[in-house]
Design a protein around this ligand. Structure first.
Ligand code: SF4
Length: 387
C-alpha cells in the first residue's frame, strides 16, 4: 500500500531560507487557492486507481496547509476523504505554522480525522524567528501547542532548526529545553541548508549587506553546527526520546509512519502542484505552477512535469534503499531487500563491505544491516559508496 502526500503550496510569506515550492499569499491573487482546489479535486478523482487497496498513511504538507481558511481547509479534507478514505487508526498528519492555526481550524481538522500534527516552530527565540522571516512568535507557538493539546491531539511533532544566523549554543539549548518541557511525542531537528536563490543565501554570499541578525553575518560554522546536533541528540536521549533517524526523535511508538515509508523504500503518491510520486520504480513530479496544473487537469492532460519523470533502474533503487535506510537507526531490512531486488545486499555491495572490512562501520544485527552510530558524522561520504 502506498502512502499519500498532498502538497499545499501556499504560505503567508516566504521564509528567507526556504527553497520549497510555495506561493506567498501576500503576493498572489485571491483566486489562486480556489484554482488549486479545483485542480486537486480532478487529480484525486483521476488517480484513485493508483491505490486500489487504499493508502497506508496521509500527510498534508507544504507550504503551510494551516494557511487555508476554514472553508477551504474543509473542502480539501472532504475531497481527500472522498477519494482516499482510510481507516481512522492510520496515521494522518497535517503540517502547520503556529501563526495561522486558529481554534476553529484545529477543531475542523480533528473532526476530519487528522490524528497527528506537525508544528513548524523552528525556534523559541523571537529575534531569531524574525531574522529569518518566520511569521510567528514564540508565544504563538506556545499557544498553538496548548490549543492542539486541548483539542485532544496526542501525537505532536515539533520542527526545530539549528545553524541559523546569529543562533548561539545557548539559544539552541533554550529552544530544546522548552520543546522538551512541552512533551511532544516527536521532534524533527534540521540544520539550516543555505539554498541558492533564497534571500538568506543572497544575504550571506552575494551581497555585502549585513545580516539583520548581526552586524556581520554570523552563521554558526560547521563545528558549531555539529556541536548543536550532538548536544541535542544527547539531551533528547536523556529526556527519553529515541533517535530513530538522523534528524528525527520520537517516544517509542510515535515514529512517523509516513516518513518511515520513504526511508524504507515504499511507494508513495504525491498530489497537488509540486507533489512527487514513486510507484513501481517510476518517479514523477507534478508541475510547480498552480494555473498550469489546473488547466492541464481540466483539459484531461497530465499535470506531470515532463522533465521530472524518471524510470529508476534496479541499481538506482538499490542505492536509494541503502542511502535512505542507513539513515535509520534500525538500518536496512535484509530480507525485504532480497524480496524486492532478488539479491542479497551483502553480495551486491561486497566491494563496499570489503573496503570497510577492518573498521566497524557496518553492523549486521538480527535481520538488519545498519551503520555504526559512531560514524554518523561522516555518514554522507560513506553512503556515497553505494551510488
Ligand atoms: S512556512 Fe515553510 S514552506 Fe512556507 S516559506 Fe516558510 S519554510 Fe517555506
Amino acid at each position: 500500500m502506498p502512502s499519500l502526500y498532498v502538497h499545499v503550496p501556499f504560505c503567508v510569506q516566504k521564509c528567507d531560507y526556504c527553497a520549497f515550492y510555495s506561493h506567498s499569499l501576500r503576493d498572489s491573487s485571491k483566486d489562486l487557492i480556489s484554482v488549486y482546489l479545483e485542480g486537486l479535486e480532478i487529480e484525486l478523482a483521476k488517480r484513485q486507481k493508483d491505490a486500489p487497496q487504499g493508502v497506508s498513511s496521509l500527510f498534508v504538507g507544504g507550504g503551510t496547509p494551516s494557511v487555508l481558511g476554514a472553508r477551504d481547509l474543509e473542502r480539501l479534507l472532504v475531497m481527500i476523504r472522498k477519494f482516499f478514505p482510510s481507516d481512522p487508526q492510520r496515521e494522518k498528519t497535517m503540517e502547520g505554522n503556529p501563526g495561522t492555526l486558529t481554534e476553529e481550524k484545529i477543531d475542523l481538522i480533528k473532526r476530519y480525522g487528522i490524528n497527528r500534527f506537525s508544528l513548524g516552530i523552528q525556534s523559541f527565540d523571537d529575534q531569531l524567528l524574525k531574522s529569518v522571516g518566520r511569521i510567528h512568535t514564540a508565544n504563538q507557538a506556545r499557544k498553538a501547542i496548548q490549543r492542539l493539546r486541548a483539542a485532544g491531539f496526542t501525537n505532536l511533532n515539533l520542527d526545530l532548526m539549528f545553524g541559523l544566523p546569529g543562533q548561539s549554543m545557548r539559544i539552541w539549548q533554550e529552544t530544546i529545553e522548552e520543546a522538551i518541557s512541552n512533551s511532544p511525542e516527536h521532534l524533527s531537528l534540521y540544520g539550516l541548508m543555505l539554498e541558492e536563490g533564497t534571500p538568506l543565501y543572497t544575504r550571506c554570499f552575494e551581497s555585502n549587506a549585513p545580516c539583520p541578525a548581526n552586524e556581520r553575518c554570523l552563521l554558526p560554522n560547521e563545528d558549531m553546527q555539529a556541536e548543536m546536533y550532538e548536544w541535542a541528540a544527547r539531551r533528547l536521549k536523556q529526556a527519553g526520546y529515541r533517535q530513530y533517524e538522523t534528524s528525527n526523535y520520537a517516544r517509542r511508538g510515535y515514529e512517523c509512519r509516513h516518513n518511515l515509508g520513504y526511508w524504507r523504500g515504499e511507494d508513495y503518491l504525491g498530489f497537488g502542484p509540486g507533489g512527487v510520486t514513486c510507484l513501481n520504480r517510476v518517479r514523477w513530479k507534478n508541475i510547480e505552477d498552480v494555473h498550469t496544473y489546473y488547466l492541464r487537469l481540466l483539459e484531461r492532460r497530465s499535470p506531470i512535469d515532463e522533465s521530472g519523470e524518471e524510470v529508476l533502474t534496479l541499481r538506482e533503487c538499490m542505492a536509494e534503499r541503502m542511502i535512505l535506510g542507513l539513515r535509520l537507526e534500525e538500518g536496512v531490512h535484509l530480507q525485504s531487500f532480497k524480496n524486492d531486488f532478488e539479491v542479497d545486499l551483502r553480495d551486491i555491495y561486497q566491494g563496499v563491505l570489503e573496503r570497510y572490512k577492518n573498521k566497524d562501520v557496518f553492523i549486521i544485527e538480527g535481520d538488519y544491516f545498519r551503520l555504526n552510530p559512531k560514524y554518523a558524522f561522516i555518514a554522507n561520504s560513506i553512503l556515497q559508496e553505494f551510488v
